[in-house]
Design a protein around this ligand. Structure first.
Ligand code: PAF
Length: 318
């Protein structure tokens, strides 16, 4: 059995590739294998799980969801310099390739694409980039100028690289914790006619409620305790909404700001498809068909030196 075959059987070390040509060859071959062995006469499907590494159980859930949905799963690990405004933040981002490969292997991921910066941007700093537009300028976009332009640029590249000529059954998986990122990717796919289905995967939390993040490892015990205010406040907003009680955003903001070592950036209630302030009518006629409805409460804060974000759906989605 070759490493590709054993990867195809799942629960093995994924095949590690680093160039677009290797990625295309590996996915083409795995799809060919699936065509013969597993897809029961239908065209096999392909799932892409884009990540920046530093993987945790939230990413495992993305890979697991993809593996349950599609025949061939490709994960990418690439710390994209374009989406970091701050060089120190880019350098500090965790790089844990060996552990990441083990986690993805355990979830049955077939191929891991881990390119270098040169592999991804062979022409150097890209002159042409995507622009996230109005929706990329609010909330996270206001705090991290240019972040969403860099993120969309690399996601568009990854979606194109992973697509070996099979448009049918092509899906990509993103966590709902990065809700504005997910909304922008859905919008990009709609606006630019990219033939891929975008799947959002629910936030994974620790037992105490903290949303999993690659950055949590930088929190001291005390900071971690303080960070719990974010999920606590969101949970209370959701419970109030579901009881039909009014939401007092000013009080919720004050509670976050009062937590030791926590500097609130924003706490807002938005329409999850546009990230504009939520109104009684959600989504609108031009919302992507697969976008979720309901209002979303979103929060961002700095806890010590670590910037954390979290969100929760306020209204039950029916
Ligand atoms: O969410 C992330 O890890 C990154 O923003 C993504 C989507 C992999 C693009 O670099």
């Amino acid at each position: 059995m070759t490493s590709t075959d054993s990867a195809a059987a799942g629960h093995a070390t994924p095949l590690l590739v680093s160039t677009p040509a290797e990625l295309r060859a590996a996915t083409t071959r795995l799809l060919d294998v699936a065509r013969v062995t597993g897809a029961g006469g239908r065209e096999p499907s392909l799932g892409l799980v884009p990540t920046m590494g530093g993987l945790h159980e939230g990413h495992a859930m993305l890979a697991r969801t993809a593996r349950a949905d599609v025949d061939v799963v490709v994960a990418s690990i690439f710390v994209n310099p374009l989406q970091f405004g701050d060089q120190a933040d880019l350098e500090r981002y965790p790089r844990t390739l060996e552990a990441d490969l083990r986690l993805l292997g355990a979830e049955g991921t077939h191929v891991v694409f881990a390119p270098s910066v040169q592999d991804m941007y062979p022409g150097g700093d890209p002159l042409v980039r995507l622009h996230a537009g109005r929706m990329g300028e609010v909330l996270e976009g206001a705090s991290r100028p240019g972040h969403f332009d860099g993120m969309l640029t690399v996601v568009a590249k990854l979606l194109n690289l992973g697509l070996p000529g099979v448009a049918a059954g092509y899906r990509a998986y993103f966590g709902e914790k990065d809700a504005q990122q997910l909304a922008l990717i859905r919008r990009m796919v709609l606006d630019l006619n990219i033939p891929v289905r975008i799947d959002g995967v629910p936030i994974v939390r620790d037992d105490d409620g903290l949303a999993l993040s690659s950055r949590n490892r930088f929190l001291s015990d005390e900071e971690r305790g303080s960070a719990l205010v974010l999920s606590r406040v969101l949970r209370s907003l959701r419970e109030r909404t579901r009881r039909g009680a009014d939401i007092d955003l000013a009080a919720a903001r004050a509670e976050v700001a009062a937590a030791r070592g926590v500097e609130l950036d924003y706490l807002e209630v938005v329409d999850p498809t546009t990230f504009l302030p939520a109104t009684p009518v959600f989504g609108g006629a031009d919302a992507p068909a697969d976008a979720p409805g309901g209002r979303l409460a979103v929060v961002a804060a700095r806890v010590g030196a670590v910037r954390l974000i979290d969100n929760t759906r306020l209204d039950p989605v029916g």
